[in-house]
Design a protein around this ligand. Structure first.
Ligand code: GLU
Length: 271
């Protein structure tokens, strides 16, 4: 009888411990290892790019993961990812969180989980001044964008006759535009505005008021990583309440920035 009690107790103990250990619990794992590894862009001005002076990766996305690491009391390690590599890097366990201009979509949410929306924008185009008045002017043309992005998918749908050329990142797509290899570059307006503001011959280009999608950004975590996503969401809402989120927005996109944007969102629990 005593043996049975011991066995039953051992069984429940194993279930309890195993239950905690087997579910992806990045929150506990990060606290234990003392470092949060974030996948960020390194060539997307405004969000994740290399600062010319310090040679460090900086930007809106970086400031959000910095705040999360600070709240966890751990160090932050940044790993560059591309639009195409960010989800595999997360699911393979090479990074703990994606903070890389990533739109929350139902399709992606089948593979990973997202935080609440922490940035909101929409997809537009950069073209040579005066060449595009409506979406119809873009159809049948060569359009540059990045591999693995929603921009690629949305452009295919909106412009069925266009040839979509996908590059590893947006600066490469912009280079193709300068070289006359594509007629337009398409992605989120927030990215285009920043890219254009840094381009040497920016006076020759414009972003017409043609929007083909809404792009709410979420931070990506592994599927079913419930404690971690709850912690991330709590942190985001606190950052909104304290004014820190708005401060970060203004630092990168405010009136004094190179490509000012309107903050047309607030970070809201459950959204
Ligand atoms: N936000 C879009 C996406 O998640 C475009 C920007 C990007 O490629 O990161 O795909």
């Amino acid at each position: 009888m005593r043996r049975l009690v011991v066995m039953v107790a051992a069984f429940f103990f194993a279930v309890a411990v195993g239950g905690v250990a087997s579910a992806a619990d990045t929150l506990e794992a990060v606290k234990k290892k003392g470092v949060l590894v974030a996948g960020v862009k390194d060539s997307t001005p405004g969000f994740g790019f290399v600062d010319e002076k310090t040679r460090e990766i900086v930007g809106y996305d970086v400031d959000f993961v910095k705040a999360i690491a600070r709240k966890l009391g751990v160090k932050l390690e940044l790993k560059p990812v591309t639009s195409a590599s960010r989800m595999p890097q997360l699911t393979e366990g090479n990074i703990d969180i994606i903070a890389a201009t990533m739109t929350r979509t139902p399709e992606r949410a089948k593979q990973i989980d997202f935080s609440n929306t922490y940035f909101f924008t929409g997809q537009k185009f950069i073209v040579k001044k005066g060449t595009v008045r409506s979406l119809a002017d873009l159809d049948g043309k060569r359009i540059g964008t990045a591999k693995g992005s929603t921009s690629e998918q949305n452009a295919r749908k909106a412009l069925p006759k266009a040839t979509i050329l996908s590059f590893d990142d947006y600066p490469q797509a912009l280079l193709a535009l300068h070289q006359g290899k594509v007629f337009a570059v398409t992605t989120d307006e927030s990215i285009l505005a920043n890219l254009l503001s840094k381009a040497p011959n920016r006076d020759r280009y414009e972003i017409p008021d043609i929007q083909i999608s809404d792009e709410p950004y979420g931070l990506g975590v592994r599927k079913g990583d419930r404690n971690f996503v709850a912690f991330v969401n709590r942190t985001l809402v606190e950052m909104e309440k304290s004014g820190e989120a708005k401060k970060i927005f203004n630092k990168w996109f405010g009136p004094a920035s190179q490509a000012p944007l309107k903050r047309n969102f607030t970070i809201t629990a459950g959204k």
